[in-house]
Design a binder for this molecule. Sequence first.
Ligand SMILES: Nc1ncnc2c1ncn2[C@@H]1O[C@H](COP(=O)(O)OP(=O)(O)OP(=O)(O)O)[C@@H](O)[C@H]1O
Length: 258
Amino acid sequence: MTHAAPQTPSLETRDLTIRFGGHVAVNAVSCAFRPGELTVIVGPNGAGKTTYFNLISGQLKPSAGQVLKDGRDITRLAPSGRARAGIGRAFQLTNLFPQLSVLENIRLAVQARAGVGRQFLRRAAAHTELTRKAEGYLEATRLTGIAHQTAAALPHGDQRKLEVALLLAMEPDVFMFDEPTAGMSLDHAPDVLELIAEIKKDTRRTVLLVEHKMDVVRALADRIIVLHNGTLLADGKPDEIMNSDLVREVYLGKRGAA
Ligand SMILES: Nc1ncnc2c1ncn2[C@@H]1O[C@H](COP(=O)(O)OP(=O)(O)OP(=O)(O)O)[C@@H](O)[C@H]1O
């Protein structure tokens, strides 16, 4: 990446702002994200990280500013339209069917992405491209051994992996993860982090991660941006950001409200 010509950002926010009453939760955040780059968004509690994510994926509409996908203004699109535009947010999926098996869930997601009708799938089920694709996602997320278990019966760690498989099946080019290991036992967390590391290996993909745990940040980040009181306080390489006095101040709580 280092000496490559600057690519068009796959995702960009321009002066993105949202107010809740008098409170500005995200304040004129301008930032561009490029393929091949995993950016971790850090900041103290209440900094605006999840709100920024919600503005990008469309759960919230901004008070001002824009969200651009490959240069196209998608600010007015609903979350479904943004998903179709290639923005995939993990762990917020509406396409998980708890009563269906792991494989059926993934196959339906592949089918939805391919845009084919049920009729087609029924006729061609066993050996179609779709089934092969679904099996590929099963393998990629190491769920093959439990392909026929009901989604609802899975332990939390495996459910998260299934959600990653469903996200992969949507074939987004922007992947968003909000605290991917939150609420996970220590033995399951590495699995999901490994999947994210694999996702980022494909340099056509842009990955955004909100994360508090510094060991996770260190392991995955190509770049870190710091939000503080809704504003973009710092943006740079992990070493630079982690050794910055300003950022330390923010984390130690010495820097007051703006
Ligand atoms: N729907 C809402 N209505 C009013 N205030 C909100 C709403 N959503 C978020 N906020 C406020 O916006 C600010 C930013 O919240 P946000 O959840 O984005 O922070 P965060 O950086 O993700 O924090 P955490 O690390 O604790 O998850 C907070 O002060 C929060 O109370």
